[in-house]
Design a protein around this ligand. Sequence first.
Ligand SMILES: C[S@@+](CC[C@H](N)C(=O)[O-])C[C@H]1O[C@@H](n2cnc3c(N)ncnc32)[C@H](O)[C@@H]1O
Length: 262
Amino acid sequence: MDSNMELPEYVKGNRAAWDQMAADYVAAGERAWATDEVTWGIFSAPESEWHLLPDDLDGKDTIELGCGTAYVSSWLAKRGAKPVGIDNSPNQLETARRLQHEHGIEFPLLLGNAEDVPYPDESFDYAVSEYGAAIWCDPYKWIPEAARLLRPGGELMFLGNSVQLMICTPDEAEGVVEETPVTTTLERPLFGMHWMTWNDGSTEFHISHGERIRLLRECGFEVLDLVEIRPQEGATTTYPYVSLEWARQWPVEEVWKARKRS
Ligand SMILES: C[S@@+](CC[C@H](N)C(=O)[O-])C[C@H]1O[C@@H](n2cnc3c(N)ncnc32)[C@H](O)[C@@H]1O
């Protein structure tokens, strides 16, 4: 059960911010639910090229941590998985529930904090986050929680802004990162990077690659891959903060794949 009173302050801040932003994510959610062509991230990197999903999801118990409109879980369901989604925003989940009904694909959707999921240990075979817990939850809380939720041999995959993008994003930004143009200058220290609170009261979390690898290993994961997404020539994005020219030179997004040690 979700109780707003018991949530950490930054989780309450992110709930308020995401309830505001939810309307802007409806159209993208509708498009993603309606398509069988899985694509990832802000330049729509095709799954057929990047192979981020496991080959066999049939019958697998999956959890999407920070599912938003839950289109990723809808793709997993179409591949035979038994998904669960958890999200911190009632308004995002309202869209997800409507799209479930419209597409006739139903699975549990929980309102809650992905750092503290109300499921027993070792409930899932696969955990995934596309810009959900991956950037909006404290990695020192949500990655141990993902390890707890996964069965031995279970896999975790998460996609979010790259470290390179975040250190080239100016600190004096107005609003959230979505509105802050990335530069070609190192704008903030890498050492000590962890929390980033934006002017709308939302907080993101980004840590260095070395810290990420140590954290994953300490939580019992074997790191399988760090995929740096490079968009194809001619790829487009609706997000104003980065150009294709930038994204063809440095990764805008990074994808981590890890397996819980048996
Ligand atoms: C950019 S969306 C990503 C989800 C999905 N890919 C989408 O675009 O709808 C980020 C989501 O993370 C959720 N979120 C933020 N903090 C969270 C937390 N502590 N626990 C669970 N979800 C959280 C937000 O409510 C939001 O729906």
